[in-house]
Design a protein around this ligand. Structure first.
Ligand code: XMP
Length: 525
C-alpha cells in the first residue's frame, strides 16, 4: 500500500490515479491528522504528500504529523508537500504572494534514484531536462540538513530535493498532471523501485477491495439505488450488487424520454443477466402530463427534475428498511460540485442527474465510485461483467429526450425522435473510418438526433408531404466544455438521412448541425 496524504489539493486524486496506473494499490487519507498508529500497517510501503491550496506559512497551513517522517518508509513530497517537508525538517521556505502556475523546464541535478535516466531532452552541456507543470509561489530557499539538490529552474532554484539515506524525495512541480511528460515515469519509479511495490495491482483487485469496503460500511442494512441506465449508476449498481446481493434494490424511473429499447436493455442486463432486484416504474404518463403545454427549456428541465425526485421518493418510502442511498458519483462530479460551491462555475443549464436527490430522504450516502475517473469506471464496469456497449455508451443527459425535443414535449414527438436517433446511432456503429479503423460511434464523443417541431414540404413518390424535421448532431470533445462538430463522411450522412426519411413516417427532412461549442452548446436546449 501507498498512502497519499491529502493536504487539500484539487489534484490529489490524480496522484492516486497515476499510482493505480503504475499497478500499485493506494489510498488517500487526510494528511494533517494521520498518526503513528495509522501508519503502523504492515503493508505500508511508502507515503506521498500532496499539494495544497494553503501556503506553508499561512495560519491555516496543515502541518505534516512528525510520525510521517518517522514511519521508516520512503516519502515523496509534491509542491506543498515539498515545502512542508523542507520547513519541518529544518530547511527554509520563503513566502510569496505571487503564484506561478505553468509550463517550466527543470534541470535535474546529480543522480538521484528518483530522476536517474528520466529526462525529456538534454542541454548541449549534457544536463538532463524535464518538461514539467510547475506551481510555486512559496518556495524552498534552503535545503534541510541531509538533503541535496535534485532539480532547479531559474525562478525556482530548489525545485527538487532528496535525502537518499532516509529516502525522502520532494519536487516543487506536479508529476501527477499530464503536462509533466515524465510524471508517470517518476511516480512509477517512486512507488515501484524506491518503495518496492510489485506493480501487479489491477481492476479485479479493485473489485475485491471495493466489495470489502462496501460490506464493512453497510453491514446487514439495505441499500437503495436510482438506476438510470447511464454508465455511472450502472457500474455502481453492479459493484454494490457484487458486494451485498439482495440487500440492494434499484429503482429505475422511466420518464418516457429514454432512447429506443433502453428500458428493456436495462432490465435485461440487470435483472435477467446479473440478477439484480430492480423496480421498474413506467412514469411516462405522469411526466407527459406535467410537461404538456410547457415549452421553455429551463422550465422543462425543472419539471423533469422535480417529477423524477417525486417518483423516486415515493418508491423509496415504500422500502422501509433501506438505510442507504447509493449514488454513482464519480471523482469529476466531486470536483465539479466543489467548484460550484465556491461559485466559480456559471450555470448555463440547470443540470439534472439521478444523483441530484434531496437530503430529505434521510438516508446515509453510499458512493463507491467517488475516487474513480470515468475511464476507470468503465474498466471496472467491464470487469464486473456489464456489456461493453453499455459501458462505452455516449453520455445521455438526465432529462433525456426532453431536451432534444425543442419546445413542448409530446409522446408522439418522442416516438419519432427515438426511431430517428436509433437509425443514426446504428449507422454510426456500422461505418468504419478508414483512416483510424474505428467506427464513427466510437470515434465521436456524443451523437444524437434532435426533433424540430416545425414542418416543411417534401415530395415522396407522387405525393406532397408536410412533415417534421430532424437535426443530427455529432461532436468530438475531451471534456464536453468545448466541442467541435464531427466531420462525418457525406456518404454516411446520406445513408442516415435516406433511412430516416424512408423509415420514420412523419419526418421528411434531415439536417446536420455544424455548430461548435462555444458558442453553441452540445444539446439544443
Ligand atoms: P451542453 O449542452 O451543456 O452539454 O453543451 C454538455 C454535456 O452535458 C450533457 N448534459 C446533461 N447531463 N444532465 C446530465 O446528466 C443534464 O441535465 C444535462 N444537460 C446536458 C450533454 O449531453 C453533454 O454531454
Amino acid at each position: 500500500t501507498i498512502l497519499i496524504l491529502d493536504f487539500g489539493s484539487q489534484v490529489t486524486q490524480l496522484i492516486a490515479r497515476r499510482v493505480r496506473e503504475a499497478g500499485v494499490y493506494c489510498e488517500i487519507v487526510p494528511g494533517d491528522t494521520i498518526d503513528a498508529a495509522a501508519l503502523a500497517r504492515p503493508q505500508l510501503k511508502g507515503l506521498i504528500l500532496s499539494g495544497s491550496h494553503a501556503s506553508a506559512y499561512g495560519d491555516d497551513a496543515p502541518s505534516v504529523p512528525p510520525a510521517v517522517f518517522e514511519a521508516g518508509v520512503p516519502v515523496l513530497g509534491i509542491c506543498y508537500g515539498m515545502q512542508a517537508m523542507a520547513q519541518q525538517l529544518g530547511g527554509e521556505v520563503i513566502w510569496s504572494d505571487q503564484r506561478e502556475f505553468g509550463y517550466a523546464e527543470v534541470r535535474a541535478h546529480g543522480h538521484t534514484q528518483l530522476l536517474k535516466d528520466i529526462q525529456d531532452f538534454a542541454t548541449p552541456e549534457g544536463y538532463g531536462m524535464l518538461k514539467v507543470w510547475m506551481s510555486h509561489g512559496d518556495k524552498v530557499a534552503k535545503l534541510p540538513p541531509g538533503f541535496k539538490l535534485m532539480a532547479s529552474t531559474e525562478s525556482c532554484p530548489i525545485a527538487g530535493m532528496a535525502d537518499e539515506v532516509r529516502r525522502f524525495y520532494a519536487v516543487q512541480f506536479h508529476p501527477e498532471v499530464t503536462h509533466t511528460q515524465q510524471g508517470p515515469a517518476m511516480l512509477t519509479r517512486f512507488v515501484r523501485d524506491i518503495c518496492g511495490c510489485t506493480g501487479d495491482w489491477s481492476m479485479p483487485n479493485y473489485i475485491d477491495e471495493a466489495v470489502d469496503r462496501i460490506r464493512e460500511q453497510v453491514g446487514d442494512e439495505e441499500v437503495l439505488l436510482g438506476l438510470s441506465g447511464g454508465v455511472d449508476s450502472s457500474v455502481a449498481a453492479a459493484l454494490i450488487h457484487r458486494a451485498i446481493g439482495d440487500q440492494l434494490t434499484c429503482v429505475f424511473v422511466d420518464h418516457g424520454l429514454l432512447r429506443l429499447n433502453e428500458a428493456e436493455q436495462v432490465m435485461q442486463t440487470f435483472v435477467k443477466n446479473l440478477g439484480v432486484r430492480v423496480i421498474h416504474i413506467d412514469a411516462t404518463e405522469q411526466f407527459m402530463s406535467q410537461l404538456a403545454g410547457v415549452s421553455d427549456p429551463e422550465a422543462k428541465r425543472k419539471i423533469i427534475g422535480k417529477e423524477f425526485v417525486e417518483v423516486f421518493q415515493s418508491e423509496a418510502a415504500k422500502l422501509k428498511n433501506a438505510r442507504w442511498l447509493a449514488q454513482g458519483t464519480i471523482y469529476p462530479d466531486v470536483i465539479e460540485s466543489a467548484a460550484s460551491k465556491t461559485g466559480k462555475a456559471v450555470a448555463i443549464k440547470s443540470h439534472h442527474n439521478v444523483g441530484g436527490l434531496p437530503d430529505t430522504l434521510n438516508m446515509k450516502l453510499l458512493e463507491p465510485l467517488r475516487e474513480l475517473f470515468k475511464d476507470e469506471v468503465r474498466k471496472l464496469g467491464v470487469a464486473l461483467g456489464l456489456p461493453p456497449e453499455m459501458v462505452y455508451r455516449h453520455p445521455f443527459p438526465g432529462p433525456g429526450l426532453g431536451v432534444r425535443i425543442l419546445g413542448e414535449v409530446k409522446k408522439e414527438y418522442a416516438d419519432l425522435l427515438r426511431r430517428a436517433d436509433a437509425i443514426f446511432i446504428e449507422e454510426l456503429r456500422k461505418t468504419l473510418d478508414p483512416v483510424t479503423g474505428k467506427n464513427w460511434y466510437d470515434q465521436t464523443s456524443q451523437a444524437f438526433a434532435v426533433f424540430l417541431p416545425v414542418k416543411s414540404v417534401g415530395v415522396m413518390g407522387d405525393g406532397r408531404t408536410y412533415d417534421y424535421v430532424v437535426a443530427l448532431r455529432a461532436v468530438e470533445t475531451t471534456d464536453f466544455m468545448t466541442a467541435d462538430w464531427a466531420e462525418l463522411p457525406y456518404n454516411l450522412l446520406k445513408r442516415v438521412s435516406s433511412r430516416i426519411i424512408n423509415e420514420v413516417r412523419g419526418i421528411n427532412r434531415v439536417t446536420y448541425d455544424v455548430s461548435s461549442k462555444p458558442p453553441a452548446t452540445i444539446e439544443w436546449e
